[in-house]
Design a protein around this ligand. Sequence first.
Ligand SMILES: [Ca+2]
Length: 294
Amino acid sequence: MLQAHWWRDAAIYQIYVRSFADSNGDGEGDLAGIRERLPHLVELGVDALWLTPFYVSPLADGGYDVADYRDVDPRFGTLKDFDALLLAAHDLGVRVIIDVVPNHSSSAHRWFREAVAAEPGGPERARYLFRDGRGPDGEQPPNNWKSIFGGPAWTRLKRPDGTPEQWYLHLFDPEQPDFDWTNPQVHAEFDDVLRFWLDRGVDGFRIDVAHGMVKDPDLPDIADDARADLLDGSTTLPYFDQDGVHGIYRRWAAIAAEYPGDRAWWPRRGWRTPTGWRATCVPTSCTRRSTSST
Ligand SMILES: [Ca+2]
């Protein structure tokens, strides 16, 4: 007999950690503040919490620019505070889903700092999408992709002496360089990050830019009139909804299956499959679209 998945009809409460509850009066919300208020959430009938990113971050994009995927930003507490929150939530029968941000890191991430310091073509750069520019002296971006936050999706590096060199891709802010998911090191890193939090006992992951990560390897130009952020299923973009994302999620599902219990996977947005669109979930609704593929 099939067992019902808890997350199918759970009331999941999103908490933006920075603003929810401040336990120490420093003006910013924190993990201890959430723990103190868990009884209120239980009273509301909440089955699970979704914590937005609380990882070490310069907060260029509200924490979706992660500098260390395995630690809590000191503004929000410590790993000990996280463990205490998780334990207290579980004691009250509340599950905890955390955000995983795999499309890009912060530019303050150790890998990106190493990449910037390395020479073009080196292994440090191969964890991100660095390319030479087009035109004389490489002064044009490698393609015409636009950042979802506006402007070009490429930023050119400069050497300490001011000499311009390669460009790097950022579908969002320049402080959010995109990982190169063709690199096995990136896969291995996120396998390990998932295990780090599964070992602590989290009940699921909300996946940021779940339809991103994999890019058309040719990095082709998009149509001049293409909207970079269009997600209505009618527009094909070479950096969203690529078939390669399915392999990543199969691998992640296998990792989660090594752990006891039933875990939730929550894509930020839908992604296209050969037979149509998969579930599109937002905090207030979850709809299943079944448009034909294009
Ligand atoms: Ca605080």
